[in-house]
Design a protein around this ligand. Structure first.
Ligand code: HAM
Length: 429
């Protein structure tokens, strides 16, 4: 279902509006976005998170240093341009931006622990498919200054509660990537193993052996997966503090009754992670793009970006993926009017506009037809809008001050005085 704008190439974006406009992705509804956003606005402050907003454009260098030059995101997915001598990029994610803001505003000097949440569009030049878009929306949280593992557990519990509340079917996967002490030794062992198996790996993974070997572990190619299955495991290389952190995190999750699976393949696509990583993966309804939310600990990032030695941990969730799942729970995501008014002539139209004004002032949703169409077509429109009642306003109704309200679902008609509409609609909402 797509037509062309003359002379303008389409962006192949998604169009979340409301039920009566069909877009290429008929399941993305703005009402679902609102439901997800509203639940975050209510839930996150209960855990002490305060909303922070940062710019969409940042200097490219921030993402190169923050996310890592050899990641797919920085290597091939950023929208970057020259802004009169400054290279800038549209943010592909928000963690690096929040760390930049945290460092620039010396927030650590004002408070020892900081909890921020955010919502907004992110941009990655990816191959578009269901659940994967070039402009998408993330809702996320970041906590600075808390070394864990209790906060790690608190964040995972928050994510678990949020997704459950929205009826999203998922499993929580958990892993540890070690730290600057133990990961280099693991990386060497993994590289040695992968070099010995290079003939079995895909072209991309052959490059990754030298640049980013742990990413081979989550390659989707079946042959690479076979090699990955036999690879050395991070767990065998963890230093004592990292092992203690991971064990204490699992104990904390058990104490909070949060279900999780440990998953050694959960390596994440960004370079800043240390120790804890976690992802909520949909168990049905999303196909290939099944990761609803992902995150982890990034204890070296604030320092890497020029700040003090302050630890951090967070996650981001993809709102479009969540919206696709929420749609499958039977929420239809539409804002529906209580009443649709179809006036037949000019005098009726003026009266209809006044009635609509009064009802809206009383907090009721009303749509008035601005077209001249026969009552049958007007009722069809009322139905498509999902209106609860329709009212055809003709001369007889104006004269008598009474009209028949038609309930669209049942076809039942009720006669009501025009000046008693608000009370009737409220009583039958
Ligand atoms: P990420 O795993 O790259 O992590 O993205 C988080 C979530 O954003 C994904 O699980 C997915 O739901 C959604 N997402 C990513 N790319 C797309 C896309 N092209 N289309 C639709 N949805 C997408 C981060 O961005 C980290 N900043 C998370 C984090 C916060 N780590 C620590 N703090």
């Amino acid at each position: 279902m797509s037509a062309k704008v003359r002379g303008v190439k389409g962006t192949r974006d998604v169009l979340p509006v409301d039920t009566y406009v069909k877009s290429d992705d008929p399941w993305l509804r703005i009402g679902h976005y609102h439901l997800i956003e509203q639940s975050a606005r209510e839930l996150f402050p209960l855990y002490g998170y305060r909303e922070a907003r940062t710019p969409i454009l940042e200097r490219t260098e921030l993402f190169v240093r923050g996310i890592g030059a050899v990641t797919d995101i920085v290597g091939k997915e950023m929208y970057t341009f020259d802004d009169h001598g400054d290279m800038v990029s549209m943010r592909p994610e928000n963690t690096a931006s929040l760390v930049r803001a945290y460092v620039e505003h010396a927030v650590n000097q004002q408070e020892p622990e900081t909890k921020w949440w955010y919502l907004g569009p992110m941009f990655r030049r990816e191959r578009q498919q269901r659940g994967r878009y070039r402009q998408f929306t993330q809702i996320g949280i970041e906590a600075f200054g808390s070394p864990g593992p209790r906060i790690d557990a608190e964040q995972i519990e928050l994510l678990d509660r949020w997704l459950r509340k929205l009826g999203i079917p998922f499993e929580m996967h958990l892993n540890t990537l070690g730290d600057g002490q133990c990961r280099p030794k693991y990386r060497e062992a993994l590289q040695a193993y992968l070099r010995a198996h290079s003939a079995e790996l895909c072209e991309e993974c052959n490059k990754r052996i030298e640049t980013n070997p742990i990413r081979v572990l989550d390659c989707k190619n079946p042959k690479c997966q076979e090699v990955a299955a036999g690879a050395p495991k991070m767990e065998q290389y963890l230093c004592d503090p990292c092992r203690a952190h991971f064990e204490a995190l699992q104990k904390a999750l058990q104490a909070l009754n949060v279900a999780y699976l440990t998953d050694p393949k959960l390596v994440r696509g960004l370079d800043y992670y240390t120790r804890t990583t976690y992802e909520a993966i949909a168990t049905s309804g999303l196909g290939a793009q099944s990761t609803v939310a992902g995150g982890g600990r990034y204890d070296g990032l604030v320092r890497e970006l020029g700040g003090p030695d302050v630890p951090g941990i967070g996650f981001a969730a993809g709102v479009e993926r969540m919206a696709l799942l929420v749609a499958q729970q039977g929420h239809d995501g539409a804002t529906k009017p209580a009443l649709f008014i179809a006036p037949l002539g000019d005098a009726e139209a003026a009266r209809a506009d006044q009635i609509a004004q009064q009802l809206r002032a009383a907090g009721l949703g009303v749509e008035v037809s601005f077209r001249k169409a026969n009552p049958g077509n007007q009722l069809k429109r009322a139905d498509a809008l999902g209106a609860r009642y329709a009212l055809v306003l003709g001369d007889a109704e104006l004269q008598s001050g009474r009209a028949k309200l038609k309930e669209l679902k049942t076809g039942a008609q009720t006669e009501v005085a025009l000046d008693a509409l608000a009370g009737f609609l409220r009583g039958n909402a």
